[in-house]
Design a protein around this ligand. Structure first.
Ligand SMILES: [Zn+2]
Ligand SMILES: [Zn+2]
Length: 419
C-alpha cells in the first residue's frame, strides 16, 4: 500500500485541509466588525489564535497621539534560526457602513461592517501563520506578523512605529501585505511595481471676506463668490499644472458658510481631499492649493490680513504606497510558482490610500502591498461588482479568496526566507 508522507504534501493540499476552518474564522470575524481604534475583541481573537500556533505574541503594542486611548496593535514573532526577517501585515478595523449583503454571517454590530475586507486579511494572516509554523523545515529566519488597527483612518501603522516596533522586535528586511481587490477576480493575485496607491492630503481652506447685507454687495467682499471661484480654479491644477501622465485628484467634498439668504457672510470654509501618486507632484499640488486662493483674494481686493487660511491636517494625510520593484519581482516569482503564472497579474494603480507604506520607514525597508482578487468575474464583466467600502461588498467566493491568499502569503514568505 502506498501512503503519501506528510512532508510531501503540497502547499495547496495543506491549505485545502485548513480551508473549512479558515472559512469559519472568516465568517466569525466578518460578523464581529469593530471601528478603527476600537478593535478590542478582534485583536484579542487574532492574538489568541497566533499564540496557540506557537508565536510569541505581544498585544496592545502601539500608541496614538491622543492620551488615554488604547492601541490594539499585535506583534507575533516566530523565530526559526538565523536568516532575514519578514514582516507580514494584516489590518483589523472595519468601517461605519450598514451592511446590505444579506449574507447569513453579516455584521452583528449595527452600522459597522467589514466592507474593506480586513476580515479576509486577518484570516489569510492566520492561515499563513499556521502553515509557516508547520513548514519550518522549508525556511529559516524570523517571521513578524502584524495585526494593525486603525488602517481606515491611517493611524495604526504610525502608532506602532512610534511605539518603537523595530527597536523592540528588530528591524525586518522586508515588509509585505495583501489587500483584497474588487477590481480583480477571485483566485488571482495582482501586483503593481512602483507607485501603487495614492498619497492623501486632507486640507481645510477658509475663504475670508467682509460680510454685509445681501442687497448691498458693493459694500462687502463676498466670500461665497470667492469660494465658488476658488473651487473651480482648483480644478485647473489637475488639468493645467501637472503632466497629464501624473494622476491628481482635488476634491472639495464639503462647503460650509453663511446663515441666511440675504446676508453675505464673513467667511466660507472648504474641506478638501487631495490624491497624488508621486512625492514631487504632491508637493507642487499642495503649493498650488495655497497659491490660487491667495490670488483670488487679491483679485477681489481683500487686504492681506483677510487672505485665505490654509490648514493641512497631518493626522489625516498619508504618503503614497510604493512597491519596491526588486521585492515585488521576487514575490511575483514565488507566488507565480505556487499559483501558476497566469494567476499573478499586473493591476492598475489606485487613488485610494493606505498606511502600510509607513512600515518601510521612508524607503529604509523594502515594502510591497499586493492585491488579492475578490471579485466575481461575471459581475466584473457587466459592471455590477460592488467596490470596497460599499455596503454590498463581500469577496465573491470566500473559500477561493482565502485559499489563494494563504497560498500566496505562505509562498511569499518562504520565498524571502530560503533555507
Ligand atoms: Zn478601506
Ligand atoms: Zn482596507
Amino acid at each position: 500500500m502506498l501512503t503519501i508522507p506528510v512532508f510531501a504534501q503540497s502547499l495547496d493540499e495543506r491549505v485545502a485541509r485548513e480551508l473549512p476552518d479558515l472559512v469559519e474564522t472568516y465568517k466569525t470575524l466578518h460578523a464581529m466588525p469593530e471601528l478603527s481604534t476600537q478593535e478590542a475583541k478582534t485583536s484579542a481573537f487574532v492574538a489568541k489564535r497566533l499564540r496557540e500556533l506557537g508565536y510569541e505574541v505581544t498585544e496592545k503594542f502601539g500608541r496614538y497621539r491622543e492620551p488615554g486611548t488604547t492601541h490594539y496593535g499585535i506583534v507575533a514573532i516566530l523565530k526559526n534560526g538565523d536568516g532575514p526577517m519578514v514582516l507580514v501585515r494584516s489590518d483589523m478595523d472595519a468601517l461605519p457602513v450598514a451592511e446590505q449583503t444579506g449574507l447569513p454571517y453579516a455584521s452583528r454590530n449595527a452600522g459597522v461592517m467589514h466592507a474593506c475586507g480586513h476580515d479576509v486579511h486577518m484570516t489569510t494572516l492566520l492561515g499563513a501563520a499556521k502553515l509557516l509554523a508547520e513548514l519550518k523545515a522549508q525556511w529559516r529566519g524570523t517571521v513578524m506578523l502584524i495585526g494593525q488597527p486603525a488602517e481606515e483612518i491611517v493611524r495604526g501603522a504610525e502608532g506602532m512605529i512610534a511605539a518603537g516596533l523595530y527597536e523592540k522586535f528588530g528591524k525586518p528586511d522586508y515588509a509585505i501585505a495583501f489587500h483584497d481587490w474588487a477590481a480583480l477576480e477571485a483566485g488571482k493575485v495582482g501586483y503593481r511595481s512602483g507607485q501603487f496607491m495614492a498619497a492623501t492630503d486632507s486640507l481645510n481652506l477658509t475663504i475670508r471676506g467682509v460680510g454685509g447685507h445681501g442687497a448691498a454687495p458693493h459694500l462687502t467682499k463676498d466670500p461665497v463668490v470667492m469660494a465658488a471661484e476658488t473651487i473651480l480654479a482648483l480644478q485647473t491644477i489637475a488639468s493645467r499644472e501637472r503632466s497629464p501622465l501624473d494622476p491628481v485628484v482635488v476634491t472639495v467634498g464639503k462647503v460650509e458658510g453663511g446663515t441666511k439668504r440675504n446676508i453675505i457672510p464673513d467667511e466660507v470654509r472648504l474641506f478638501l481631499t487631495v490624491r497624488t501618486m508621486s512625492p514631487t507632484v504632491r508637493e507642487r499640488v499642495l503649493d498650488a492649493i495655497q497659491r490660487i486662493p491667495k490670488g483670488i483674494a487679491i483679485a477681489n481686493g481683500l487686504p492681506e490680513d483677510r487672505g485665505p487660511v490654509y490648514e493641512h491636517l497631518p493626522a489625516e494625510s498619508i504618503a503614497s504606497t510604493f512597491n519596491h520593484p526588486a521585492l515585488t519581482e521576487r514575490l511575483v516569482g514565488s507566488i507565480g510558482k505556487e499559483l501558476g503564472e497566469a494567476n499573478v497579474v499586473v493591476v492598475d494603480p489606485s487613488m485610494v490610500s493606505e498606511d502600510f507604506g509607513l512600515f518601510g520607514r521612508n524607503g529604509e525597508i523594502p515594502t510591497a502591498l499586493l492585491a488579492l482578487g475578490a471579485a466575481d468575474p461575471a459581475k466584473l464583466k457587466d459592471g455590477t461588482q460592488p467596490g470596497l467600502h460599499s455596503s454590498k461588498f463581500a469577496p465573491a467566493d470566500p473559500a477561493l479568496v482565502l485559499r489563494t491568499g494563504v497560498r500566496a502569503a505562505t509562498a511569499a514568505v518562504i520565498g524571502l526566507l530560503p533555507r
